[in-house]
Design a protein. Structure first.
Ligand code: CP
Length: 307
C-alpha cells in the first residue's frame, strides 16, 4: 500500500506532489462512498480524534467532524471559547490533557502561525493543521486543487489567480504551494498593500489590475478581506475595495471566455464578490465544500495508517 511521506499534515510546503496525488486518489474513493445511500465506512473504527479549535470556523470544523464520523472514528470537539484556556491553561497543557483521555489524532486550528508545528515537537499523536494564523491551511488547498482537477480533469497547466487579501491569507500560501506542486501557473492579484513584499520569490505572477488577471486565468479563487487580522488600514474603505477588486457577473460576462469562480468561504457578499457571481453557474464554491469532506477523510485515513 502507498503511504504519505509525513506523519502529520502541518502544511502543503512539507508534502510531495506524490503525497497530493495519493490524497486525491484516496479522496476519489471516499467521494464515491459519500454518494452512496450508506455514507459510512469502518476504516477508523478504533481511532479517537479531537477537533481542537482556538479560532472560529464553520466549514473546516464541520467538514472534519463529518469526515471523522463517516470513517467511524470516535470524535470529541474542543472550542477555546468556554474552555479552561480562559483560566490561563497553556496550549500544550490543554492538548496533553485531551491526549490523556486516549485520543489518537488532533485536528487543530490556532491563530498563531506555527502552533501545530510546535505541538508536533511535543506530542506523539498525529496532527492535522486546520489553519494556523496567516501561515497555512493545507486541507483547504487540497480541496481547492481537487475541485480544479474535478472540473478540468487535471491541475497541470491551468492558470489560477488568487484575488484579494493575500497578505493575511493562509489559504493563499497553501494554494500557491499545492498548485505549483501540481504544475499549475499561479498569479496573485490585489491592492499592493495586501500583497506580501517578497511574494514574487514564490514564483507567482503579480497583477494589480483585476480585469487583466481575470483575462489571464482559467480559475479565479476569490478571498475575503481578513479584517480580524488587520492592525491598520490597508485601503481607504470596503466600498473602494469593491469598486476596484470586487468580482461581479457583469465583469465576468465582459471577459472573452468563461472562467471558473472559487471562494474558500466565508463569503462577504457585496464586498469581494457579488451574489450574482457567487451563485452563478461559473461558481464551484459549494462543490469545494462538498469535496472538503472527501479530502479530509483521505487525509485522516492516510495519516492513521502511518500510526
Ligand atoms: N474556509 C474556511 O476555513 O472556512 P471556516 O473558517 O468556516 O472553517
Amino acid at each position: 500500500m502507498q503511504e504519505l511521506s509525513v506523519r502529520h499534515l502541518l502544511g502543503i510546503k512539507d508534502i510531495t506532489p506524490q503525497d497530493i496525488q495519493l490524497i486525491f486518489e484516496t479522496a476519489d474513493n471516499f467521494k464515491d462512498v459519500l454518494n452512496r445511500p450508506i455514507k459510512k465506512v469502518p476504516s477508523l473504527r478504533d481511532i479517537t480524534i479531537a477537533n481542537v479549535f482556538f479560532e472560529n470556523s464553520t466549514r473546516t470544523r464541520l467538514s472534519f467532524e463529518l469526515a471523522e464520523k463517516r470513517l467511524s472514528a470516535d470524535v470529541i470537539n474542543f472550542s477555546s471559547s468556554g474552555s479552561s484556556v480562559k483560566k490561563g491553561e497553556s496550549l500544550l497543557d490543554t492538548v496533553n490533557n485531551i491526549l490523556a483521555m486516549k485520543v489518537d489524532m488532533i485536528v487543530m486550528r490556532h491563530a498563531s502561525p506555527g502552533a501545530p508545528h510546535f505541538l508536533s515537537r511535543h506530542i506523539e499523536a498525529n496532527i492535522v493543521n486546520a489553519g494556523d494564523g496567516t501561515h497555512e491551511h493545507p486541507t483547504q488547498a487540497l480541496l481547492d486543487a481537487f475541485s480544479i482537477r474535478e472540473k478540468y480533469g487535471e491541475v497541470a497547466g491551468k492558470k489560477v489567480v488568487i484575488i484579494g487579501d493575500i497578505l493575511h491569507s493562509r489559504v493563499a500560501l497553501s494554494n500557491i504551494f499545492a498548485l505549483q506542486k501540481l504544475g499549475a501557473k499561479v498569479m496573485v492579484c490585489g491592492p499592493v498593500t495586501l500583497l506580501p513584499k517578497h511574494i514574487k520569490e514564490l514564483g507567482v505572477k503579480v497583477e494589480l489590475n483585476v480585469r487583466k488577471a481575470l483575462e489571464w486565468c482559467d480559475v479565479a479563487n476569490v478571498l475575503r478581506i481578513q479584517l480580524e487580522r488587520q492592525q491598520m488600514k490597508y485601503f481607504p474603505s470596503l466600498r473602494e475595495y469593491t469598486l476596484y477588486y470586487g468580482i461581479d457577473k457583469k465583469l465576468l460576462d465582459s471577459l472573452n471566455k468563461e472562467i471558473t469562480i472559487m471562494h474558500p468561504g466565508p463569503i462577504n457578499r457585496g464586498v469581494e464578490i457579488s451574489s450574482d457571481a457567487a451563485d452563478s453557474s461559473q461558481s464551484i464554491i459549494l462543490n469545494q465544500v462538498e469535496n472538503g469532506v472527501a479530502i479530509r477523510m483521505a487525509v485522516l485515513y492516510l495519516l492513521a495508517s502511518k500510526r
